[in-house]
Design a protein around this ligand. Sequence first.
Ligand code: GAR
Length: 206
Amino acid sequence: QRRIVVLISGRGSNLGALLEARLPLQVVAVISHKADAAGLGLAQEWGIPTRVISAEAYAERTDFDRALQQAIDGFAPDLVVLAGFMRILTPEFVTHYQGRLLNIHPSLLPAFPGLHTHRRALAEGVAVHGCTVHFVTSELDRGPIVAQGVVPVWAGDDEASLAARVLSMEHRLFPHVLRAWVESRWVLEANGHVRWRDDSQEQNLR
Ligand code: GAR
């Protein structure tokens, strides 16, 4: 079975969705930079090894990233998955995991990279919003897109209602992408684009 390491910062609801999907892969470790991340408890309930690499313990970002890399590589994963990991990673780290590092982001990239995506989507008056699973590159939230899930924006939406709608889409999208990865149904091509082997557009969970 293929092995993944999941990095989290907090709640861990995406981690929970991955575990509940009972994908044909092994989550070999869950790693957080915060000892109080709720998702660590969830991992422990599932019997998954956890590690905390505390950012405060390192003066330099590069030292933290190096420690994180060592912890990850100790588990020899095929893929590293950022599921609500709220730290920017150094180019060295990103290069080390080139083509093996996936992130989920709560917007339809390239729209709304960065933070407060739901608030900004509402402020722009967009009709559709959603989430994106993409490869991580050194350019923030700009790596190759693997799949997107689209949700409508309703007139009565506020930040909380829109965030909840996107989050439940995230909980479908990430397991879908990882199952398809195990089944080799998509590939990252040399041109930097992801190609799905079926042309059903099924990768878009709209
Ligand atoms: C998710 O909405 C995820 O897309 C977002 O953080 C949340 C984590 O929730 N990630 C980012 O904003 C990355 N920049 P979770 O801990 O419940 O999975």
